[in-house]
Design a protein around this ligand. Structure first.
Ligand code: SF4
Length: 180
């Protein structure tokens, strides 16, 4: 922890639309209050390159659909004391898992050939290594808290973070009362 008065927070998005992170930003003026109590040490919304080894709270958005997603999920589990699966993609697979019923070759063809007008064709490099099936985060690592919603509302995220800041474990039965 870089400031002993604060909890450290790390976030990442895996296979998601970034909407759950946008919902986090929807905390609006509450972000100022949060900044006094939370140190964001790794996240797409801050300029950090390395996940520290001992983070208080980790938040993962999105499902696990590539080898890279898998490595990030494992790294978060290893380095974060409390891991949150944020949003329906992370919790259940949601939209990204819709490709699970299709052959991977058909998925690539649909993305790079059938629906492309300018220079259709599958790239020969820089393609992510897709897993055969998209899975929720808890299928690959243990998760401490599930926060449903597509995306979860800012009020929900606020409830979860303020409980953790207060040293309490958020009550899963309370999470749904804020809506998505
Ligand atoms: Fe986007 Fe919804 Fe998935 Fe969040 S749960 S990453 S908002 S599709």
């Amino acid at each position: 922890m870089s400031d002993s008065a604060k909890i450290t927070l790390a976030t990442a998005w895996l296979d998601g639309c970034s909407g759950c992170h946008m919902s986090f930003l929807d905390l609006d003026q509450r972000l100022i209050e949060l900044a006094a109590k939370v140190d964001i040490v790794y996240s797409p919304i801050v300029d950090t390159k390395e996940l520290p080894v001992d983070v208080d709270v980790g938040i993962l958005e999105g499902a696990v659909s590539t080898e890279e997603n898998l490595q990030i999920a494992r790294m978060f589990r290893e380095r974060c004391k409390f891991l949150i699966s944020l949003g329906d993609c992370a919790v259940s697979g949601n939209v990204p898992s819709m490709r699970n019923t299709f052959d991977l070759d058909d998925v690539f063809d649909h993305a790079f050939v059938e629906t492309v007008q300018a220079q259709p064709g599958r790239p020969t490099e820089s393609l992510p290594t897709l897993l055969r099936t998209v899975v929720p985060i808890h299928h690959v690592v243990n998760v401490d808290l599930f926060v449903q919603g597509c995306p979860p509302s800012a009020d929900t995220i606020w409830y979860v973070l303020t409980e953790l800041i207060a040293g309490r474990t958020p009550d899963p039965t309370q999470i749904t009362r804020f809506g998505a």
